[in-house]
Design a protein around this ligand. Structure first.
Ligand SMILES: Cc1ncc(COP(=O)(O)O)c(C=O)c1O
Length: 393
């Protein structure tokens, strides 16, 4: 008989449930890439136990031996309900969705539908490093459209990038990151409508990676790309994986705007063989029953952003940090510390704290580090102390 390991109180801070000793027993990338004397605040895994409704759904599947192949639209229906409740999205069409193995493989499939080999793909740098890796592995060049200094889309840069992309191939695409990783920018409805207008005017297809959508700070409102005027031919990727820490339980959803339904229908049926049935059960439970847990997480992340700003102000005032409106990531400008292009290498070597290296995020990343705030206040405090020691010795 399998039992749910812990009964997590939905009101409790999910980021304070596990001790460092428990976390070090984990075997995932975050905890096993570096030796034990390194404090890992890098890759986007969260230091949380599984939300109890998700654990129950997985345990129920295991008890039943319900570990076969997936079928049906339960995941999309759960997302439709979540999208209505959280974002006021009434027009979410379950019939215009497809289950894909994960968000990045979904991005690859969507780009295959709207662009051809060799067609450029525009991204807003600095951006999630796998955007470069996946696009290039598909034989498509990346065209960078840098964000403005405030981390917002620079429409002159975007238009210039569209023009360059059109010069390089007949069916270019734009991979939008919304909310944006690593800056945590939440694009406004007006900005997204301008994206749609510009893309239409230039004949560029938009694929939106909206994996961080549920993780917004107090007062911020996420706007789904497919809800803005002019985005009818857009494609979106969503998943419960970031907000409920389900990266190891593979599943995501591709969603087509009304004018992209025909494109999505051309996605090879075999792509739907990739997601895990148990993964889909977990993601569905997260979206359907994990709202209270998510709210507790969001409150804890608000606290962690405030804590980081306070700690940096006290100990590393030369580091520039603007608490983000979304994601659990902090994008830190360490340029004034004079640690070179890759301060994360210095923090790792001298401070034994693992952060992400800014230069991996493309143009605009030099001098920056990305810190993962989905951990306890105690470990954030320890990380800042280690960073401080690394630059004051
Ligand atoms: C913007 C963005 N897209 C995709 C992913 C990865 O998602 P998946 O594991 O579903 O491919 C991440 C992970 O951090 C991300 O930040």
């Amino acid at each position: 008989m399998v039992t749910v390991p812990r009964d997590i109180n939905a009101d409790a801070n999910p980021l304070r449930q596990l001790s460092l000793e428990q976390l070090r027993r984990r075997t995932s990338m975050k905890w096993r890439t570096y030796p034990d004397d390194v404090l890992p605040l890098w890759v986007a895994e969260m230091d949380v136990p599984l939300a109890e409704p998700i654990a129950r759904a997985i345990v129920a599947a295991v008890e039943l031996g319900d570990t076969g192949y997936p079928v049906g639209t339960a995941y999309a229906e759960a997302l439709a309900e979540f999208a209505r409740a959280r974002w006021g999205w009434d027009g979410f069409a379950v019939e215009r969705t497809a289950i894909v193995p994960d968000v990045m493989l979904g991005v690859v499939e969507m780009l295959k539908l709207v662009s051809g080999p060799g067609d450029p793909v525009v991204v807003n740098c600095p951006v999630y490093p796998p955007f470069y890796q996946f696009i290039e592995s598909m034989g498509r060049p990346v065209v960078e459209a840098p964000l403005d200094p405030g981390g917002r889309i620079d429409f002159a840069e975007l238009d210039a990038a569209f023009v360059r992309a059109l010069a390089g191939g007949s069916r270019p695409a734009y991979l939008l990151c919304s909310p944006h990783n690593p800056t945590g920018t939440v694009h406004t409805a007006a900005e997204l409508a301008e994206v749609a207008r510009l893309a239409r005017a230039r004949g560029v297809r938009v694929v939106a990676d909206e994996i961080h959508a549920p993780i917004v700070a107090e007062g911020a409102t996420f706007v789904p790309y497919l809800t803005v005027p002019g985005a009818e031919s857009g494609l979106s990727l969503m998943s419960a994986s970031k907000a409920w820490n389900l990266a190891g339980l593979k599943a995501a959803l591709a969603i087509a705007g009304p004018a992209a339904a025909g494109d999505l229908a051309r996605m090879p049926e075999v792509v739907s063989h990739g997601p895990s049935h148990v993964g889909i059960i977990a993601h569905t439970a997260a979206l359907r029953d994990g709202g209270d847990w998510l709210d507790a997480l969001l409150a804890a992340l608000d606290d962690n952003r405030r804590l980081l700003a306070k700690l940096l102000g006290e100990h590393l005032p030369a580091v520039r940090y603007e608490p983000a409106e979304a994601t659990y990531l902090a994008w830190l400008d360490c340029g004034a510390l004079d640690l070179g292009d890759d301060p994360a290498a210095v923090f790792l070597r001298r401070g034994r704290v693992a952060l992400n290296s800014g230069p991996d995020f493309g143009t605009g990343g030099a001098g920056f580090v990305r810190m993962n705030l989905a951990t306890s206040p105690e470990l954030i405090t320890e990380a800042v102390h280690r960073m401080t020691a690394a630059v004051t010795r």
